[in-house]
Design a protein around this ligand. Structure first.
Ligand SMILES: Nc1nc2c(ncn2[C@@H]2O[C@H](COP(=O)(O)OP(=O)(O)OP(=O)(O)O)[C@@H](O)[C@H]2O)c(=O)[nH]1
Ligand SMILES: [Mg+2]
Length: 637
C-alpha cells in the first residue's frame, strides 16, 4: 500500500441534495478526473452501463440512487498545484424515502457538498438535507449545478440559500455565460478564468479574465472580502485597517468561517457538460475540514456517561462507529468510521453499545462503490468496511481499553405501512430471511406482527421505499410478495411544555408503594439528534440516584407507546421530551418489592422502591403509568 497521506490532507465528504440535482453525475466526474475510473458513464445513459456509484440493478433501471455508496480518490489540484489529498466521498440518494442514507452519511462525514439545481434552487429536499447537515454541524460548500440549463441563475440560487435556509452565502465564482452559452468560470480570488477543454473537460485551461468580465471580477472580489470580513475577525481587521489582502489571507479566512459554520461558499458548474468540477475539488481541499478540524465527542460509560473528546490520533485507543450494514455476495459488510486510534485485520474489538461483546475483525476493505481494496489496517479519519463483524447500525466499537459510546444517529419514524405475505407458502423461509436482513440494514424499515389480524406489517418512509424492498425480495430472495393497501402511520406529538405532578400509591398484599414525582414534558427542537432526552434535574437527593434510571426507563416506555393510538409512539416534528423529576417527602408504606426492569433483575432496598414498582406493566416501572397520565394531560390540553 502507498504511504499514508497525513490527516490534514484527508477530506471525508458527503454529496447530498434534492432528487435529480446531479449528485451521481457529479461524483462520476470526480472519479474520472481523479483517475479512479477511465470512462464516464451517465445515469440513464444511452450505453446502458450506468454511473459507477449507482451499482444496484434497480438503481440503474430506475435512474435514481437508492443506497448511499462510498468511494475515495486522490486530488492534486486542477493545475497540479496541490500536494496529493485523499478525498473520501459518499454519494447519497435524493429521494425523501431514502433519507436514512443521508442521515448516516452526514453523521460520519466531516464536510459536505450541497448540490443545487441552477434553475430550481432550494427545493423541498434541499431543506431536509440542510437540516440534517445542521444537526451534525457539517460545514458545506453549495454547488450550483446545471448551469447549462435554461433558466440557470447562480445569483438567484445563492439568494435562496439566504432566504430559505438562513445561510450566509458567499459567491466564490463568476460564471462566464449561462444556459447554452455557459463557457467557463472565473475565480475572482486569484483573478483568473478557467475553461474545460478536451473530450470530457479533463484539461483545465487557465486564462486571463476576458475583458468584458474584468469589472465584474473586481466587484466579485470586493464582495467576497466584504462578506467574509463580516464573519471572520482576522480578515475583518485587515479590511478595516485597509491592509493588503493576499490570496492566502482570503482563503484562510473563508476556511475558518466555513468550518465555524458562519458562511457557505457557493460555487457553480455543469456536471453533465464537464465544467467546474475540478475547481469544486480545489474548493473541497481549501474550504472543507480535515478530520482533525472537527471535534467529535463520546460518552464515557465507565464514568457515568461523562463527555469525552475522541481525538484523530492513531496512537490512542481505537474508537469507531458502525454506520451502515450491507450484505453482498461475500457476506456481511459493516461500514466503519474510525474516530480515534488504529484497527488492524486480526484485531479483537469490543461493542460498547452492546455489553462489550467482543468480535474479531477478519478482513477490512476500502470501498469503491461495489468494488473493494483490501487494507491491513485503518486509522483515525478513515472510512472502511469490515467483513464478518456483527453489528447494528449506530453501534460504537473500541479496543476494550476505553468504554466510550458515540452519539448514534437520528432515525425518523415510519410514515406508511403495509400488510405483506409471501405469495406461496414455500417461500416463507426466504420471506422472513429477507425481512430480517432489511430491518437490520435499514433502521427506517420496520416489521411487526399485527396482534389482531396476525398479518405481517412492514412500515417505512414512503411507498417507493416499501416497493423497493418488495422488489428486492422478489429479485434477491426469489420471493413474490402480496401486499394490502398502504396505511398512513399516524403518530402523536407533543406540541408544548406541560407540568407533571403525579402521585403513585399502591397497596398489594403486605407491601405498599408510594412515590411522588414532579417535572415537565416538552418538545425537543426539530433538529435534535436524539428523539428522546431525559433530563435529570433532581436536587437535594429527593429521589435517590439509583432510581433515576428507572424514571428514565418508564418515561421512555411511555413515549414509545404513545397515548392515543398506542402502537407507534410519538412523532416529529414536535419531538419528544425532557423531564425534570423531583420528589419531596417520599415514604415507603411496606417492605421493598422485587422488580424486573427489561432483562435486568434487581431487589430494591432502601425506602424508595416505588420508583421502580409497576402498577400497569410488570416489566417496567411504575412511572409508565405516570407517563401515560401526564402525556394524556398534555395532549388533552
Ligand atoms: N442539464 C444538465 N443535466 C444534468 C447535469 N447534471 C446531471 N444532469 C442530469 O440530471 C439527471 C439526474 O442526475 P443524477 O446524477 O442521477 O442526479 P442525482 O442527484 O444523483 O439523483 P438521485 O440520486 O436519484 O437523487 C440526469 O438525467 C442527469 O443527466 C447538468 O449539469 N446539467
Ligand atoms: Mg444519485
Amino acid at each position: 500500500m502507498a504511504a499514508r497521506i497525513p490527516l490534514d490532507r484527508i477530506r471525508n465528504i458527503g454529496i447530498s441534495a434534492h432528487i435529480d440535482s446531479g449528485k451521481t453525475t457529479l461524483t462520476e466526474r470526480i472519479l474520472y478526473y481523479t483517475g479512479r475510473i477511465h470512462k464516464i458513464h451517465e445515469v440513464r445513459g444511452k450505453d446502458g452501463v450506468g454511473a459507477k456509484m449507482d451499482s444496484m440493478d434497480l438503481e440503474r433501471e430506475k435512474g435514481i440512487t437508492i443506497q448511499s455508496a462510498a468511494t475515495y480518490c486522490v486530488w492534486n489540484g486542477s493545475q497540479e498545484q496541490l500536494q496529493p489529498h485523499n478525498i473520501n466521498i459518499i454519494d447519497t440518494p435524493g429521494h425523501v424515502d431514502f433519507t436514512i442514507e443521508v442521515e448516516r452519511a452526514l453523521r460520519v462525514l466531516d464536510g459536505a457538498i450541497l448540490v443545487l439545481d441552477s434553475g430550481k434552487g432550494v427545493q423541498s429536499q434541499s431543506i431536509t438535507v440542510d437540516r440534517q447537515m445542521k444537526r451534525y454541524r457539517v460545514p458545506r460548500i453549495a454547488f450550483v449545478n446545471k448551469m447549462d440549463n435554461p433558466g440557470a441563475n447562480y445569483e438567484r440560487v445563492s439568494d435562496m440559500l439566504k432566504e430559505k435556509l438562513g445561510h450566509h452565502p458567499v459567491n466564490l465564482q463568476v460564471p462566464i455565460g449561462a444556459e447554452s452559452a455557459f463557457a467557463g468560470i472565473i475565480d475572482p480570488i486569484i483573478g483568473k478564468a478557467y475553461f474545460f477543454d478536451g473530450d470530457d473537460g479533463e484539461i483545465v485551461r487557465e486564462a486571463e479574465v476576458p475583458a468584458e468580465y474584468t469589472k465584474a471580477t473586481a466587484a466579485a472580489r470586493e464582495k467576497i472580502i466584504h462578506d467574509v470580513a463580516d464573519v471572520d475577525d482576522t480578515l475583518g481587521e485587515k479590511f478595516i485597517n485597509e491592509e493588503p489582502i493576499s490570496v492566502d489571507d482570503l482563503r484562510a479566512a473563508i476556511r475558518r468561517a466555513t468550518l465555524a459554520l458562519k458562511m457557505t461558499p457557493v460555487m457553480c458548474g455543469s456536471a453533465i457538460k464537464n465544467k467546474g468540477v475540478q475547481l469544486l475539488l480545489d474548493g473541497v481541499v481549501h474550504y472543507l475540514p480535515n478530520p482533525t478540524d472537527v471535534v467529535n465527542e463520546a460518552h464515557d460509560q465507565s464514568k457515568g456517561e461523562e463527555k469525552v473528546v475522541v481525538e484523530s490520533d492513531p496512537s490512542k485507543p481505537f474508537v469507531g462507529l458502525a454506520f451502515k450494514l450491507q450484505q453482498d455476495k461475500y457476506g456481511q459488510l459493516t461500514y466503519f468510521r474510525v474516530y480515534q486510534g488504529t484497527v488492524s485485520a486480526g484485531d479483537t474489538i469490543f461493542n460498547t453499545s452492546n455489553e462489550m461483546r467482543k468480535v474479531r475483525v477478519p478482513r477490512m476493505f476500502r470501498m469503491h462503490s461495489e468494488d473493494r481494496e483490501e487494507v491491513p489496517s485503518a486509522e483515525a479519519g478513515d472510512i472502511v468496511a469490515f467483513y464478518g463483524v456483527e453489528a447494528s447500525s449506530g453501534e460504537t466499537f473500541t479496543d476494550g481499553k476505553v468504554n466510550y459510546t458515540l452519539t448514534s444517529m437520528f432515525v425518523p419514524a415510519a410514515v406508511i405501512s403495509l400488510a405483506v405475505a409471501p405469495k406461496d407458502r414455500t417461500m416463507e423461509v426466504n420471506f422472513s430471511k429477507a425481512l430480517n436482513r432489511f430491518t437490520k440494514e435499514d433502521p427506517t424499515f420496520r416489521v411487526h406482527q399485527d396482534e389482531e389480524s396476525q398479518q405481517t406489517i412492514i412500515s417505512g418512509m414512503g411507498e417507493l421505499h416499501l416497493d423497493i424492498y418488495m422488489e428486492r425480495m422478489r429479485r434477491e430472495y426469489n420471493c413474490d410478495v402480496i401486499a394490502g393497501k398502504p396505511q398512513v402511520a399516524y403518530r402523536e406529538a407533543i406540541t408544548r411544555r406541560a407540568e407533571i405532578n403525579y402521585t403513585h400509591k399502591k397497596q398489594t398484599g403486605g407491601s405498599g408503594q408510594y412515590a411522588k414525582i414532579m417535572g415537565y414534558i416538552e418538545p425537543l427542537p426539530a433538529d435534535a439528534v436524539e428523539a428522546y432526552e431525559f433530563l435529570d434535574d433532581v436536587s437535594g437527593g429527593s429521589i435517590p440516584r439509583e432510581y433515576i434510571s428507572s424514571c428514565d426507563k418508564g418515561f421512555k416506555e411511555g413515549v414509545r407507546k404513545g397515548t392515543m393510538i398506542g402502537t407507534l409512539g410519538f412523532a416529529p416534528p414536535a419531538l419528544y421530551h425532557a423531564f425534570a423529576v423531583s420528589n419531596p417527602g417520599t415514604k415507603l408504606l411496606g417492605p421493598p418489592p422485587t422488580i424486573n426492569v427489561g432483562g435486568f433483575h434487581d431487589v430494591i432496598s432502601g425506602s424508595n422502591g416505588a420508583f421502580s414498582a409497576t402498577p400497569n406493566y410488570d416489566y417496567t416501572t411504575g412511572l409508565g403509568t405516570l407517563d401515560v397520565d401526564a402525556l394524556n394531560a398534555v395532549i388533552g390540553q
